[in-house]
Design a protein around this ligand. Structure first.
Ligand SMILES: CC(C)(COP(=O)(O)OP(=O)(O)OC[C@H]1O[C@@H](n2cnc3c(N)ncnc32)[C@H](O)[C@@H]1OP(=O)(O)O)[C@@H](O)C(=O)NCCC(=O)NCCS
Length: 232
């Protein structure tokens, strides 16, 4: 009966997804895999890890018209928590005034809005950390890109949109042949983001203070990106 068999397949897919998530988490925590799990996980990679990037996700330059939305996002607790270890902070990014920030836009300092089917869901900053004018990263090698990412509404978290945004940004960054790697600087306390970045192929490399912020720098090399997302 089609009705019953549909349910059968829903259950099978749900069970498989549950197994896959669990197995990957164990793998990421360094728990040794059995030969059987290892083989299955390798098989999954071909199927899920290489899934095409969703065409509904696009990046466009941030504009002054986005400022009210950015101000709203700056007051969301998950965005504040990602930018400061101070629990009393009323808004994210300190006293950033977005119109001033946008005036600093340059080829080596770009702000973009991520849209899903035309709906703005988050923002990113993509810089050349070696040349951008604030020298936030200090002494750093050339030919890198650094990315900051935040999803605005809590309802949009945990749905895979962050991965889509990052994959679009990787395409933008690595389209420039000279770029060798992408670096990011999540707060050391932002362990959920660390897990997110490791899943994308980033490797933690250095604990560093940026001003008062205690951060764990991660790096994604061009080779790791190619291996992780061969079809992007
Ligand atoms: C980090 C972030 C961009 C990830 O995007 P996302 O769409 O939520 O991520 P995905 O759906 O692709 O993956 C979900 C994973 O993201 C991670 N994550 C990080 N912060 C999270 C949050 N506040 N809520 C939910 N998931 C979060 C978790 O590891 C989660 O995996 P889990 O469901 O197994 O716990 C997004 O959570 C975010 O904007 N967080 C706040 C800002 C931030 O931390 N930016 C990074 C600073 S460098």
């Amino acid at each position: 009966m089609p009705y019953l068999s549909q349910h059968h397949w829903v259950d099978r897919i749900a069970g498989w997804l549950y197994w896959w998530k669990h197995a990957r988490e164990e793998h990421e925590r360094g728990i040794p895999l059995t030969a059987e799990t290892g083989r299955k996980l390798e098989g999954c990679k071909d199927w899920t890890w290489n899934m095409a990037l969703d065409p509904r996700m696009t990046l466009r330059p941030m504009a002054l018209a986005d400022v009210p939305l950015l101000d709203l996002w700056d007051r969301q607790p998950h965005v504040i928590a990602a930018t400061s270890d101070n629990p009393d902070q009323p808004k994210a990014f300190g006293d950033t005034y977005w119109p001033d920030e946008l005036a600093l836009t340059a080829p080596d300092n770009r702000y973009v809005i991520a849209e899903l089917d035309g709906r703005p869901i988050g923002a990113m900053q993509i810089i050349d950390p070696c040349t951008e004018q604030t020298h936030y990263w200090g002494e750093v090698e050339p030919n890198l890109r650094a990315i900051d990412i935040w999803i605005g509404a809590a309802d949009d978290l945990g749905k895979g949109y962050g991965e889509m945004m990052m994959r679009r940004a990787f395409q933008v960054c690595f389209a420039e042949p000279a770029v060798t790697a992408i670096v990011i600087d999540p707060l050391a306390s932002n362990t959920r983001a660390h897990k997110f970045y490791r899943r994308l192929g980033f490797v933690p490399e250095d604990r560093r203070l940026f001003g008062d912020d205690d951060c764990l720098v991660h790096r994604l090399t061009r080779e790791a990106w190619r291996q992780r997302f061969p079809n992007d």
